[in-house]
Design a protein around this ligand. Structure first.
Ligand SMILES: [Zn+2]
Length: 443
């Protein structure tokens, strides 16, 4: 193992450690936007997402046709469907200069440029209609990786010198630009999005989740790194890094990839090579050998929408019905968590969270004062609680107690106001399945 490989391996470990640490410390709330990393299923199905394309430049080294087309050929050879997480156009991200080759700023010091700096016109949905048409005609999915791939907010650790949007209105207008391009030109409605470099914080307590709630999107994350973005000591080593870990994982557990989303790149890595062009064939051969179907992320979600609750689980039909009717039965990490009782704040959010998305932004922007002594206006449930109280679903004064489990008496009152009917003979302490079942029956 070379020093460079060792160094990158260590950097990767640190990165994963930080991500796990952030995950552990972040409290989880009910949310209209679910971060989808993987879903619960015992079927051998999985999805592959390809970021930063479409890319008209050829595979490197050795390619002679647009990278996106080579990837589509390989996918289709195996009957696989890809999810192309495209950008719109990065050509307005100037003035800018290339950073150090092989570093995170390889494609620009102030911004990202795809497929490369000063070659923006060879990438992006706005510049490559022929590639977008080909993706769609093959039945693959298109998701939004934003129009200009500008960071939503400041990210001091790796991207401290990068320009960022820093305001939710700017984030929304960027997302809207790609959304309306796809809708007006291709009659295609985007449903999922992934923020540039997974930077979520925008400003003022608002995050990518707030932006996606307004857009009606779900947050498309991934659970397995296809490794195509990392530069290694040689092209061969990079290609191996795309499939060897998959081979090892499947060798240990043939069901390892059930419900997983694999992260890939439709573009250059930091060393301006595209190991995915050769690695994808090997990855798909492996998945074929173990009987996997590679489907789009939307199809994966149709099969099984949640991370911890699937067909056959007691809460599943109720959570699914609530979700399909536009309510939010799931936590931000896409779990249902049947073992936890439903709290007062969660009940307000399940029923009013989708509706409250725009209110939440205007409440925070207006600087209004909280009506409650125990919740600030930036609390993820504040706007939903306000709507629930307006609908007379709770009787409260200045203290709301969002984290206290709902009592059967409070739930009967809530249903009476919300549905003009109330459940009878319900248990004194309500389980989450009880609550979801009654709500699903009443909607
Ligand atoms: Zn990206």
């Amino acid at each position: 193992m070379s020093l460079l490989t060792k160094g990158i391996g260590a950097a990767k470990k640190v990165k994963h450690h930080f991500q796990d640490e952030i995950k552990r410390r972040t409290p989880v709330y009910i949310s209209p936007v679910r971060r989808i990393e993987r879903v619960k299923t015992s079927e051998r199905i999985c999805a592959m997402t390809f970021d930063d394309g479409p890319c008209r430049l050829p595979a490197s080294p050795g390619g002679d046709r647009p990278l996106t087309l080579s990837l589509i050929d390989t996918l289709e050879k195996h009957g696989a469907k890809g999810t192309f997480d495209v950008v719109g156009d990065t050509s307005t991200n100037y003035p800018d200069v290339a950073g150090k080759h092989g570093s995170a700023s390889w494609g620009g010091e102030k911004y990202d440029h795809y497929p490369d700096i000063n070659k923006d016109s060879d990438g992006g949905a706005a510049n490559c209609p022929e590639l977008i048409e080909r993706i769609l005609s093959g039945g693959h999915e298109i998701t939004s990786h934003t129009y200009a791939h500008i960071l939503y907010g400041w990210k001091p650790l790796v991207y401290g010198r990068r320009k960022f949007l820093g305001d939710i209105e700017l984030v929304l207008s960027d997302l809207e630009k790609l959304h309306s391009l796809m809708l007006s030109k291709y009659n295609y409605e985007i449903k999922l999005s992934r923020p540039p470099h997974y930077v979520d914080r925008i400003s003022n307590h608002l995050t990518s989740y707030d932006a996606y709630a307004c857009m009606g999107y779900q947050y498309m994350a991934a659970s397995f790194d296809g490794a195509g973005w990392l530069p290694l000591s040689s092209y061969q080593a990079e290609v191996e890094a795309t499939w060897k870990p998959m081979e090892r994982a499947l060798d240990i557990d043939p069901d390892f990839f059930c419900g997983q989303i694999i992260f890939q790149k439709d573009g250059y890595n930091m060393a301006r090579r595209t190991p995915i062009a050769d690695g994808l064939e090997k990855q798909l051969e492996l998945l074929d050998r173990y009987g996997y179907r590679v489907v789009t992320v939307s199809d994966l979600l149709k099969q099984s929408p949640f991370a911890d609750c699937a067909n056959g689980d007691p809460a599943y039909p109720y959570a699914k019905k609530l979700l399909e009717t536009g309510f939010c039965p799931a936590f931000r990490d896409n779990t249902i968590r049947v073992e936890k009782p439903v709290t007062r704040g969660e009940l307000a959010m399940i029923m009013f969270g989708t509706q409250a998305a725009n209110d939440r932004i205007s409440i925070i922007k207006s600087g209004e004062k909280s009506h409650f002594r125990d919740i600030s206006t930036s609390h993820p449930y504040y706007a939903a609680i306000k709507l629930a109280i307006k609908a007379n679903c709770f009787t409260v004064d200045r203290v709301f107690r969002p984290d206290v489990p709902i009592t059967s008496k409070e739930f009967i009152f809530f249903c009476g106001s919300m549905f003009a009917k109330s459940p009878k003979n319900i248990p004194y302490s309500l389980s989450r399945v009880d609550v979801l079942k009654i709500l699903a029956d009443y909607i």
